[in-house]
Design a protein around this ligand. Sequence first.
Ligand code: N01
Length: 543
Amino acid sequence: MSEVNAGAAHAGAKVGSDFDLVIVGAGFAGMYMLHRARGQGLSARVFEAGSGVGGTWYWNRYPGARCDVESMQYSYQFSEELSQEWEWSERYSPQPEILTYANHVADRFDLRSDIQFDTTVAAAHFNDDTGRWDIETGDGGQWSAQFVVMATGCLSSANMPKFEGLDSFRGDTYHTGHWPHEDVDFTGKRVGVIGTGSSAIQSIPIMAEQATQLTVFQRTPNYMVPAHNAPMDQAYAAEVKSDYGALRERARVRPGGIDIEIDLAPALEASDQERRQRYEEKWAYGGFGFMGAYGDLMLNEEANDTAAEFVRGKIRDVVDDPAVADLLSPHNTFGCKRLCVDSNYWQTYNRDNVSLVDVSEKPIERITSAGLSVDGQEFEFDAIVFATGFDAMTGTLLRIDIQGIGGQKLADKWAEGPKTYLGLSIAGFPNMFTVTGPGSPSVLTNMLPSIEQHVDWISDCLDYMRRNGHARITSESQAEEDWVEHVRDTAGLSLRSECSSWYVGANIPGKPRVFMPYMGGYPAYLEKCAEVVENGYQGFALS
Ligand code: N01
């Protein structure tokens, strides 16, 4: 490991500085990685494309953006003081509050001095001669580091479909994943929204309250469960804080790393009445806990249908116009695309100023100067909101020119889909780690604990290397292949891998269809990561 270059370890250092560690991204992963690296006496520099910390919460500022994991669970756990002092104001935190939290963490742990903002990483090449990474930033900066940690996030490359005529539109355009920092007011405007995923369902009810007319273009309807958001129950918050460790421990043994009740009993063994009652209870409580109603919802089509039909019934109950209710009703597998957690989404379609256009069979033909056209009909807008999601999990990594040993391009290696060992490391790309990379449970879990687990694993690994005099670590090809196969086999066991979701890259034309996150569950994954370490970094070559 190179000597700490203390003089270079400050933002504003001259081009050509060397670091022990370069971290790409200053979201929750990059910030914690920096904190751990400093604790180990490593010189580290974070490069961040945005002008501030927070990652996904920095960019996704659309109206109504909030976390769909409950506030008491969506926070760092590495500092008990931080956990105790921070107070969340709502059951589900709104984006501005999470961003304030991220900024508080950056200040509290004095992280900013080693974060270089407004800087993209254009290239990272492993230098076979020096055994270090040569890194080029978008501003032409050249840097060298022994280790690189890609803390680039799973949903950080916005997907803007290539609509014909896009540049001809005279009004304003917005992407939910790149929302402006200043307030956007749709009062008195005719607004078109493309997409009905989580970002759309959170923003549509708020935009509908402002716009004169809001028209939603829906390709695939989605299943929702209600959030029932409310001001934080202070008694509950105090109870959690009195033993935060117990909550974290309960979460660790859940498949999604979230403390929710899960009943493993099969849905089909219950009577219709029992099932109805169970679903109503879960519905009344709100949130992802609905998925824990029965153990076989994602394993058995027939069991899944019972939940799907229950939700369709809720749509019929809420939406006044039966034709609109029908259009809003999904008929694919419940929970196959990521479940949305909503606040008044379906109710919004009862408003006179909101309409729904089905583009499942007749897609949007083109964007025009005045709006857009579908099936020969032109819709005129003052603004169009693209709630069209992300090139998930691999998009951001592949936008960087990453080259490993012998100049092998990551884009070539992943031409048929991402291949990693544990979602942490890529064979042929030594001393590079990916936080919540493809092949790890990541997006199927509560992201913050998953991020911390990866960062802790990486930090412990760097410490182990230093103690044992190792300069290089790389995953072995066979270990990687075995893991990729295991990830694929595990995905095949669940109904989740069957539909056309961003989990399988189906939203990006030409992207290979591979179920990217690890479906074996958070506890099994934690066990595997620990076992690899216990066996002397099994599956890794250290030298
Ligand atoms: O993106 P999406 P998102 N013509 O990909 C449609 C996380 N998240 O930003 O389903 C017409 O889900 C597309 O249609 P289809 C969460 O993990 C978390 O909403 O492909 N429509 C779909 O309806 C989430 O899953 C929170 O047929 C087109 C929509 O655009 C992930 O981010 C909040 C189209 C995209 O939906 C992504 O959510 C928000 C086209 N050409 C997001 N192209 C939390 O609360 C795409 N669409 C933590």
